[in-house]
Design a protein around this ligand. Sequence first.
Ligand code: SF4
Ligand code: SF4
Length: 157
Amino acid sequence: MFSLKFYTGLFRRFRSLVLRRKVEITGQCKGCGRCCENILLKDGGRWLTSKRKFRKLCEREPEHARFDIVGKDDTGPLVFSCSKLGDDNFCTCYESRLPLCKNYPSKSLYYQGDWLRADCGFSFKVTTFRDIYMRRKRSEIPPFSEVLHQKIEQEKK
Ligand code: SF4
Ligand code: SF4
């Protein structure tokens, strides 16, 4: 069964394609460290859903051993926290952090139907169908100077 995240991602990809507008990432990191506490990991494009799969990933790519399983997401994937997160909420291996950390938050997260935490310093900036509708509507209204000019010309006649 498909999750809300799946359908959200599908809708976002569809909207982006139709409107020809891609999501933008705005803002900056506030250094709260919260995104290092509830992490979902992928291997070969699939979410890690079992300890066995996680063990296999660690055997192949030992740098992933820094993650500890802390639970399971409602939709199935395992949830991890990172042992490299310091008590001050800063990364203790900032220079050698993984690509997934360097790229966070990536545009692909948005297109997978994910949300950022409300208190994250970053946000997704998108163009919606309503934005386009309102822009078109506004462009149908002639500028005030044009209306005034037309009125003056009419009065002259
Ligand atoms: S949750 Fe957002 S603001 Fe906090 S550390 Fe992660 S990227 Fe930075
Ligand atoms: S390596 Fe650093 S940036 Fe990456 S999840 Fe761990 S604490 Fe966060």
